[in-house]
Every structure is written in C-alpha cells, then in structure tokens.
Write a protein that binds this ligand. Sequence first.
Ligand code: ADP
Length: 502
Amino acid sequence: MRTRRHLTRGLRFRLTASYALLFALLMVGVAALFRERLVYTFNSEAHDILEQEWAAMKGYLRIERIPTRGHALPSWRPTWEYDKNDPDEDFAVERLRRVYLLTDAKGTVMEVSTIYQSIGIEPPREIESDIKIGKPVWKLRSSPHGIPYLIRAGVVYDEKHQSPFWVAVGRPMDESDKILKRYTWMYAGVIPFSLLCGCLLGWFLSGRALMPVIEVAQAAQRISGSNLSLRIPTRAAGDELDYLVLTFNRMIERLESSFQQIRQFSTDVSHELRTPITAIRGQLEVALFTAKTGDQYRDAILNCLQDVERLSQIVRALLLLSQAESGQLALQKTRLDLSGVVHDIVEQFQIPAEGAPVELSADLAPDCLAEVDRVQIERMLSNLLSNAIKFTPAGGRVHVTLRHLPEAIELAVQDTGCGIPEEHIPHIFERFYRVPTQTTCANPEPGLGLGLSFVAWIAKAHGGAVRVESKLGSGTRFTVTLPSSLAGPSPVEPVSSTVALG
Ligand code: ADP
C-alpha cells in the first residue's frame, strides 16, 4: 500500500517554513529598528535646528515699552533688529517669522504668522501657565492640511527685563514625515518580495540537503530479506548522513549474518531429522511388507525405537541450545571448588573409558574456586570427555588437568586420539559440524555435532574461553579458561546433574 505523503508534514516543508518565519521575523525586526532610529535622528535634528532658531530669534527680537500718558496701562512694541540690506539676515528673519507667535504675559497675541494662526493659537490660560513654569516647551502640532509642525516655545523679556512675554517658533516636519512614509511603504513592498525569494531559496536548499536522505531511503527500500547482500552506497562526504549510512549498512550486515545462520540452521536441522525419519520409515516398510514372525517385528520396532531416541536427543539438544543462545537459559552461579566437580565427572567416565578401552587419568590442583553454574560445567566437561574417549583408539590415553593461572582457572582435556585436520578446526564449534570420517579414527559412532557448540557457549557464558590444539594422528587438547574467584567458598552448592549431548 502506498503511503500518502502530506506536504505539510514533510521535513522539507517544515524546514522551509521555519526558515521563512525566521527570515520574516528578522526582516520586520530590522525594519522596525531602522525606522525607530530614523525617527529619532529626524527628531533630534529638528530639535537642534529649532534650538538654534530660538537663539537667533532672541538676538533679533526687541520688545520696547511705548511711553504712555497718565495711568494708562503700559503698551509694548516688538521690533526686529537686523541689517535689512543684508539678504542673508533678511532671509533668516523671514524664515524665523514663518511659524511664529508672540504674546504678552496674559496670552494676548502681539504678533502671529499666518501659518501659526492656521495651526491654532494656544489659549491664554495655557500660555499663562507655561510662563509660570518658565521652562522651554516642545510641542508637535498639525496644520488643517495635516502638515506636522514642531514648536519650541518659551519666555523672553523686554529690553529692561521687566515683563515676561511668550514666544513660540516652529518648523514643519513634513519632509522627514514624507521620508518616513516612503521608507515604510518601501519596506512593506520589499518584505513580502524578499520573503517569497527566501522561501523559494529555502525550498531549493532544503530539497538539495534532503536529497541524499531520499536516496538512502530508496536504497533501503530495495533491501529485503531475499537480497540482504545489497548495501547503501556512501557518498564519502564524511558527514552525519554518511555515518547513518555506515551504521545502517552494519546493521544490514548483522541481519544478513543472522539470516544466514537461521537458514543454515534450518537446513542442518531438516537434514539431521531426515536421516532418522528415513530410517524409521524404511524399518517400518520392511516390517510391514516382509516381516512374518514376531521376532522380526520386534527387531524392526527396536531399530525404530533407537532412531526415535536419536530424534528426541536431537530435539532436546536443539531446544537447550536455542534457549542458551537466546538468553533464556540463566546460569545458576555459585562459588565452588572446581577440583571436586571435575574429580566427580572423571570418576563417572571411568566405566566408559574402560569399555573403550582408554586410560583416563586426572591431575587436579586443589582449591580451584570459581563462580560457576555447576550443571553447565559438568555438561561442558562431559562433552569434552565423551568426545576424547570416542575419538581415541583403544589403548590410548585421556588426561584431564586443572590448574591455577594468575587470574583464571584452566581446565584441559588432552587425548592421544586421531586428531582433527587443520582445515576443520575453525568449524568444530559450529552447530551440527562433524569432521568427515577420518582414516586415523576408529570409525566412532556418529554424534549430533552439537556437543562443542555447548562447550563454547558455556565457556563464553562464564566469561571464559575455549581453545583447541590438535595434531592429526597424535591427539587433541581442548583448553577451557574460566575466571577464578579468590574469596572463600560459598556454603550452598547446587545439585549435580550430567547430560552428555555430543
Ligand atoms: P559430535 O557429536 O560429533 O561429537 P561435537 O560438536 O562434540 O559433535 O564435535 C564436533 C566434531 O569435532 C566431531 O564430530 C569430531 O569430528 C570433532 N572432535 C571433537 N572432539 C574431538 C577429539 N577429541 N578428537 C578428534 N576429533 C574431535
């Protein structure tokens, strides 16, 4: 079934979306910050200019008292003193008076420019209170046409410094306002455009970055149980993706080897089971078609029973081995003296050795303490001993040694048997592996080929190892090393049981 891929759930979409969002936030943030700086610069510039104009106004404006008769209220006359023949001064005063208001201390207008009139003259009460405060006042006002004006107002005095007057000068802010508006509109157009370009670029770049991931996924899809030999090619870029591919390939390698083992195991099992089943079938057919007497039937049944026994031996051993290898067979470890355990097993094997006849001897160092599972150690030694006796011709010798090493205990089973050809040595610990019948061997009874698999597993499960040295025609030596335990022996010992599987 084809999986429906949602565009919005794709990594590419999400990468592009986050990239676009970040980009948009960054652009809006930068634009706002820049606009803020611009406003601040325009304002401080206007303040500076107005401050200069205020100072110039104070230099040119004179307020004189007009002499009055009797008790009439004093009246005042403002005059602008400058060189009227100087065009620069004339222009400067003209400019000063463009946005200008002069009132007396009560707020009565003495002089006002047309522009200021259009902006609106402050009510007398406001002027009076401003004069009382005595500090410069800054205001932002708008004309009826919407032109903003920055106003600087404050108190000036007459020539004799007797009476206060209120003066306001201003300048239009429309230019800077226009620039700000133009800037805002420009950004409002530029942001969506750059965002669109950014999205397209992000979509393209994330597509390129994710392309190898898609290639890896496609290659991975081609790998199935039947073609586990396929590997995903690395791009030799040494990046995270190559690391992922490498890890994936290693996983496939392990899977392939497990599949191979399972396949081999199934082949071996079916092969092993087929032989006794064919034999049983043959015996039964012979009995059915040719047996006439009760003895003949009994013989056939006996033969069948032997084969059934072999079958059940195989099944039992396989079950045990698979339990061991899948970790279901937990070790019951206790601290015990291995010399006692080995001695007991050697004693048990004296009878089969005599039957061979093979001389079975042992040289066991005392106090070989180790943390082991007694049942498994007995099983391991039984397998080694039964093999040694089986593969040693009559009159040969089997010798068992147990000794201390600096940090381990070494158990060795040495025989003077037929030996193992060199090319078979690497395989003898594999399941169902049996060395083809050798001329030097006294044609022993065929085993299951599982005994040494157990030996290897038991040694490994105890944190030890097993190695084999063999010389064709001279004998074989199996050496097992187990970690030793130097502390005192544990009071509890498990019940002994010996199972020979080989
Ligand atoms: P088997 O049931 O055949 O004994 P094992 O796994 O115990 O299975 O052993 C695998 C093979 O290793 C045997 O078939 C035999 O050919 C070889 N082998 C094991 N022990 C010895 C030995 N002491 N001397 C010679 N060959 C041995």
